[in-house]
Design a protein around this ligand. Structure first.
Ligand SMILES: [Zn+2]
Length: 326
């Protein structure tokens, strides 16, 4: 009997992942490859298609057995045209008609959305938000992205940018953001901004950063969010303060979203979220101080457990939800 599969793809800034899942969404084969920033588009597409071939052959699946495909893309997309428009960190994917390409080569209907929207969808379909109708998903890593599930459905907004909480203002005249504005949440609470702030303070002679500097053997350019997390977990007050501040700014932005949309939950994924309590306590405290008394106790901010499979699971969920057009 012919098997039927869903293909899931996740094109991120560090990894490209491909997986094959059954129609229920259980992943049966998965493979990833590192992103090579020196590659051109043809080479990157070769890598992507090569990964797909591997997951297909691992299940001895033939192209005709793949019914639908979902693509998670770490940048701007045009869902209607099935196009990857732009990724700031990986400029090779510019105006690429990815869905058509996958459809022509692998004979299945393909759908695309950005990684934050699909993170939200993954939580709704496979994660801790299965019974939650109104929530915000946040990914806090190199940048900050967000996706909204309202009344049980992914809410994209007018331009597919709903949930982009990373670019809400949380500090007037604050640091410059990747989007060109100043004081955005992303410029104050992303992994990149945490590391930048630490390097700035150490360069300006803040002796409290000595422990962090020691962890990277005195090479300040090697200080990353991961270094700070390690130091914070060792109780380093300098690093703990940085996470405390990031949590405060996240809490400010989340409070605006909760007040506007009457959300029940907020779920946070991404590398910075692995800080756990160090980050989530100040988020919850700030939220508590900014929300109205009524929903204050009910609104919970929790850590995503989907890990680095959020993109793939979201891609599978996207294909599942479009089953009527396979
Ligand atoms: Zn911004």
């Amino acid at each position: 009997m012919k098997q039927r599969y869903i293909l899931g793809l996740d094109i991120g800034n560090t990894w490209i992942r491909a997986c094959l899942a059954n129609l229920k969404g259980t992943i049966v084969s998965v493979r990833k490859g590192g992103v090579n920033r020196s590659w051109n588009l043809a080479q990157s597409l070769d890598q992507l298609c090569g990964l797909i071939e591997i997951v297909l052959s691992a299940c001895t699946a033939k192209s005709g057995e793949v019914r639908g495909a979902g693509i998670s893309f770490g940048g701007l997309v045009d869902c209607q045209q099935g196009k990857a428009i732009l990724s700031h960190n990986f400029p090779v994917w510019k105006n690429v008609l990815l869905c058509r390409l996958i459809e022509e080569r692998f004979g299945c209907k393909a759908f695309i959305d950005n990684d934050a929207n699909l993170g939200a969808l993954a939580e709704s379909a496979f994660g801790q938000m299965r019974n939650v109708r109104n929530f915000l998903y946040l990914t806090v890593s190199t940048g900050i992205g967000g996706g909204l599930i309202l009344d049980g459905e992914l809410y994209r907004g007018e331009h597919g940018l709903a949930g982009e909480i990373g670019h809400t203002l949380v500090q007037e005249n604050g640091p410059r953001c990747t989007c060109g504005k100043s004081g955005c949440l992303e410029a104050l609470a992303s992994g990149t901004s945490l590391a930048r702030k630490a390097r700035e303070e150490i360069t300006q002679g803040n002796k409290k950063g000595n422990k962090v500097l020691k962890l990277v053997g005195g090479r300040i350019e090697n200080v990353t969010a991961r270094t700070l997390l390690k130091a914070a977990q060792m109780g380093d007050p300098f690093s703990l303060q940085l996470f405390q501040d990031a949590g405060k700014y996240l809490g400010i932005a989340i409070a605006q979203a909760v007040l506007l949309l009457d959300l029940e939950r907020v779920v946070i994924g991404g590398g910075v979220a692995s800080a756990g309590k160090i980050l989530f306590d100040p988020i919850q405290d700030t939220l508590h101080s900014l929300l109205l008394p009524e929903p204050r106790e009910a609104v919970r901010v929790i850590r995503s457990r989907l890990g680095d499979r959020a993109g793939l699971l979201g891609a599978i969920a996207l294909a599942q939800r479009r089953r009527d057009s396979w």
